[in-house]
Design a binder for this molecule. Structure first.
Ligand code: URA
Length: 444
């Protein structure tokens, strides 16, 4: 078998066998399949899709490209090991950074493998790479020791854990092949199954800021992931979320880490982020058996947020993986900044009625905060802050956002793109409803 045989069969809408998928995935991982061939395979899959058995085979092959963590000698109660993930959205990337330490503070054990930025969405892996000293690709032993010590930590895929995702991800990022149920399921679920949780809570967003445009597509993605989880013996809860506008107030890497710390310490809490965080942690706590119902879970999550133990766990996570021990006290002091930082004013005064969140995510890529080539270094310091949410009044004294850029020219380009992306109207629109639109539960 040659890599091009597999690509050709997918190009010609054939159903691939598990052996063909495994041949390709293992070749992508060990380098015998080239980046060009990976790109062609991804585009053929994006165009022609995969059946559920193919998606399952892809996921298991990606998981088995590396090791699966074995917690049996760790002394940790397996039923309390519950992980979370998000299928991605503009501004959504900070949710995992908030949830993992907060859930740990509630008694859930969270071994989390997260993602880099992908096309127009930033990613947790890049955000944590912005923290000096933090090791996002530790050995499995260091990862497990940190989970045991802190209760929850976030890393990326490594050479040992889901290495195939590292390879495919870099190519997906820059080849317009992200929005595929098969490829997202393989990427997310291979990472999730590598850390061997007893349950999963996954947010699946839809709207202009998400990879799935409609709730029907989000449901399809959620069902595919739940099916893979159930087949591997892992129950899941899928929260279908509305990501039609930027979630929270920042878009970017260092700025998202600062928003995370501000949220955990109580300096600033966006209400939509708060609602979602409490719901995810409540579901995780319920799955872990730490609480007996969701109301108790929400109350526990809020209590741990307000007593500062979520912030404390975040600080311990940073220190456990090599970052500064006092990071939480002054995150901005440790993170890179940007040469130009100025407010973007709207063309006309009024109220924000909606936005094309994808365009705002793409403006981060234009600023240098995302990649246009697989091997590109990104600038962690650029970003967008103080994003005016739907319903906010904007005008000469109330900006749309603040853009942090490397140069005046890049600031101007991003500002023009954001002004174009945000819809401003004369009268205040109806307030946004809940971020959570639907919930799917699936047992093995
Ligand atoms: N998160 C991931 O880990 N992978 C994707 O493909 C999308 C979001």
């Amino acid at each position: 078998m040659q890599p091009q045989d597999v690509i050709r069969r997918k190009r010609d809408r054939q159903v691939l066998t598990p052996a063909e998928i495994d041949f390709f995935v293992q070749g992508a991982t060990d380098g015998s399949v080239s980046e060009g061939q990976i790109g062609a395979f991804l585009m053929a899959t994006w165009l022609n899709g995969m059946t559920q058995p193919e998606i399952t085979a892809l996921t298991l092959s990606m998981r088995d490209s590396g090791r699966v963590v074995d917690w049996s000698d760790s002394g940790l109660p397996p039923e309390r090991i519950i992980d979370k993930h998000s299928s991605g959205g503009v501004g959504d990337e900070k949710i995992t950074l908030i949830v993992v330490p907060l859930a740990a503070a509630c008694g859930v054990i969270v071994p989390n493998l997260s993602a880099r930025g992908l096309d127009y969405c930033a990613g947790e892996h890049d955000m944590l790479d912005a923290v000096p000293g933090y090791d996002t690709t530790p050995t499995p032993e260091r990862f497990m020791a940190a989970v045991k010590d802190v209760g929850g930590v976030i890393i990326g895929p490594t050479l040992d854990l889901a290495p195939a995702d590292r390879k495919l991800f870099f190519v997906r990022d820059v080849t317009a092949t992200v929005e595929s149920v098969a490829l997202i399921t393989g990427s997310i679920m291979s990472k999730k199954l590598s850390s061997a949780p007893s349950g999963l809570v996954i947010c699946v967003g839809s709207g202009s800021g998400a990879y799935m445009s409609t709730i029907e597509q989000a449901r399809e993605l959620a069902t595919a992931m739940a099916e893979v989880g159930a087949g591997a013996g892992v129950p899941s809860v899928m929260l279908l979320t509305d990501l039609d506008c930027v979630l929270g107030t920042t878009v970017g890497n260092a700025v998202g880490v600062v928003e995370t710390v501000d949220f955990l310490t109580g300096d600033e809490r966006d209400p939509r982020v708060l609602e979602l965080v409490l719901e995810i942690v409540a579901e995780m706590a319920l799955m872990a058996g730490v609480v007996t119902d969701l109301d108790e879970g929400r109350a526990l999550a809020l209590a741990r947020l307000e007593d500062g133990s979520g912030a404390d766990r975040f600080g311990r996570m940073i220190a456990a993986l090599g970052g500064p021990a006092d990071f939480v006290r002054d995150p901005a002091g440790y993170l890179p900044g940007a040469a130009v930082s100025r407010a973007v004013l709207p063309v006309q005064a009024g109220f924000v009625a909606g936005m094309d969140a994808k365009e705002i995510g793409l403006s981060l890529v234009g600023l240098g905060g995302g990649r246009t080539r697989p091997d590109e270094a990104i600038d962690f310091g650029v970003g967008i802050t103080h994003v005016a949410g739907v319903g906010a009044r904007v005008g000469p004294d109330a900006p749309l956002c603040v853009v942090k850029a490397r140069t005046e020219a890049e600031w101007e380009t991003a500002a023009a793109r954001i002004r174009e992306a945000v819809r401003v109207v004369d009268a205040a629109p109806a307030p946004l409803g809940s971020t959570i639109r639907e919930r799917l539960r699936r047992d093995p």
